[in-house]
Design a protein around this ligand. Structure first.
Ligand code: SF4
Length: 486
């Protein structure tokens, strides 16, 4: 007896031959009794009225016999399959009315070789030098990029790591991206820096220590915010920060509060009054510096202004570190128990720090061949997106579109349904993308009109799961389109 013939999957360039009962290399397609079958169910969103928009009454005692509208549904591209090799229409091109306007949503999973994630890590701890290589399983998967206010930033993935290095590098990059996008924890190391565990929506773990607080602001900002609370209780405050260390008596906020000079002298580069750069090296000590003793950033006090008994608070930008000092007869700061009022001000700094989280933003270029699954004239789709006639969503979630050419978009993975992403071993990530526009506009841009199917026909066809979706994030809303406003 001869074995049943393998079937060939052409949903990505790998072109797996799949035996009966087996799955392809990406575990997304299988041979089910000789039929190529997408294994994950198609995710359909159902609008949950009353979760941020107008509520619909429950069919109860006050029902007067009027018709209850059917639930509104939106077909996402999660589990939809791809257009590859892209000469054919997208897997689902779904028509549905929206407030009396005929709309169409073109639904496809995109295979993205040009994609990556930006990871925002809320911490002022030094994770590694800017441009340092970030590794997963020892392979280079990205780099440290420009820090933002209160956060360290990583840029991971991209075509060079996915396809430009060794096979191992490509695989490690794909694995890290996939896990991060699917909200899983990923271990990373930074050359010359820290070991991290990063997970979307969770606190980062830095060298084995979970981060708790995001800093309240830079040292100068902290002086501005809390000067009023400090100047009656202490003579001097130093907010230690790797970027801008603030000094109350010299800062403009202290000047306006008539805080007299204290004779304090800070090591480092004085930028403007009360604001110092480079007081220490970056690290994981006080305020993202490498210091564990804050007095190490002070030169001896100037006798002209200092006096024995002068009270000084030194605090980090999160309030995690703090110390209270008084000058002795030799004008040397000596640690003393912190008075209650000063401790309360440190607690106020901590209270104003937001919880430290990791954010994962997926970035991809959809301006390539998948456009052919939408229209026979791909540039018309780009133009339509640019003109805001076509709205782009990813798993139903709103995306930010970069200006300029192409369709380069970003989406917060926490806005998307869980497990929205897949991969193919080329390697590349598979992400959902939907294009929604007026049916008339779709016809005008050369859309695949013969492939348009009404929503009712698509629903219930094949394996599907329905997921409730917030009213406020509902993708098919008139005012999301410029022509629908006002
Ligand atoms: S890797 Fe997946 S999508 Fe690509 S050909 Fe194989 S089964 Fe199909």
């Amino acid at each position: 007896m001869t074995a049943p013939a393998k079937i060939r999957c052409d949903a990505c360039p790998v072109l797996c031959y799949i035996a009966e009962g087996r799955a392809g290399a990406c575990d997304r397609y299988a041979n089910v009794q000789g039929v190529l079958t997408r294994l994950d169910p198609l995710v359909v969103l159902e609008r949950q009225r009353g979760t941020g928009g107008a509520a619909v009454g429950f069919l109860g005692d006050d029902w007067q016999g009027e018709l209850v509208p059917p639930p509104e549904k939106f077909v996402t591209a999660i589990g939809a399959g791809t257009t590859y090799p892209d000469y054919k229409p997208a897997p689902f091109i779904v028509s549905s009315p929206m407030d009396g306007v005929d709309m169409v949503t073109v639904v496809t999973e995109g295979i993205f070789s040009y994609c990556g994630v930006k990871v925002k890590i809320d911490t002022d701890r030094h994770l590694g030098p800017e441009t340092a290589t970030v590794r997963h399983q020892g392979e280079a998967v990205g780099h440290v990029t420009t820090a933002e206010y209160g956060s360290q930033m990583l840029s991971l993935g991209g075509v060079h790591h996915l396809t430009g290095g060794s096979k191992k590098e490509g695989r490690a990059t794909c694995e890290a991206l996939l896990a991060l996008c699917n909200r899983e924890a990923v271990e990373l190391t930074i050359d010359g820096g820290a070991a991290l565990v990063v997970q979307a929506g969770r606190a980062p773990v830095i060298d084995g220590v979970p981060e708790v607080r995001m800093r309240v602001g830079c040292g100068s900002a902290a002086i501005g915010m809390f000067a009023m609370q400090w100047f009656r209780h202490v003579d001097e405050v130093v907010v230690v920060d790797d970027h801008i260390t603030g000094v109350l008596s010299e800062h403009q906020a202290g000047k306006l509060l008539d805080v007299p000079p204290t004779g304090i002298r800070i090591r480092g580069h004085r930028s403007t009054p009360g604001r110092y750069f480079r007081v220490a090296k970056p690290g994981q000590g006080w305020g993202g510096t490498d210091i564990s003793d804050p007095l190490s950033i002070l030169e001896p006090f100037e006798a002209k202004h200092a006096r024995p008994g002068l009270k000084m608070l030194m605090v980090s930008t999160t309030g995690d570190h703090s110390g209270y000092y008084e000058l002795d007869e030799a004008l040397r700061p000596v640690a003393r128990p912190m008075p209650q009022a000063v401790a309360a001000s440190v607690a106020r700094v901590q209270e104003n720090c937001e919880p430290a989280l990791c954010s994962v933003i997926f970035v991809a270029g959809a301006g390539g061949s998948l456009r052919a699954g939408v229209t026979e004239n791909p540039v018309r789709l780009t133009q339509s997106v640019r003109a805001a006639l076509t709205r782009v969503t990813s798993g139903g979630a709103p995306v930010y579109l970069w200006p300029g050419g192409g369709i380069t978009y970003m989406v917060d993975v926490l806005d998307m349904p869980e497990k929205s992403f897949g991969y193919v071993p080329t390697p590349a990530l598979v992400a959902p993308i939907e294009f929604t526009l007026r049916l008339a506009d779709y016809a005008a841009l050369g859309g695949h009109m013969d492939a348009v199917r009404p929503l009712a026909e698509v629903l219930g066809q094949g394996a599907q799961v329905t997921q409730g979706w917030s009213d406020s994030a509902w993708p098919l809303t008139r005012d999301r389109f410029p022509w629908g406003r006002g």
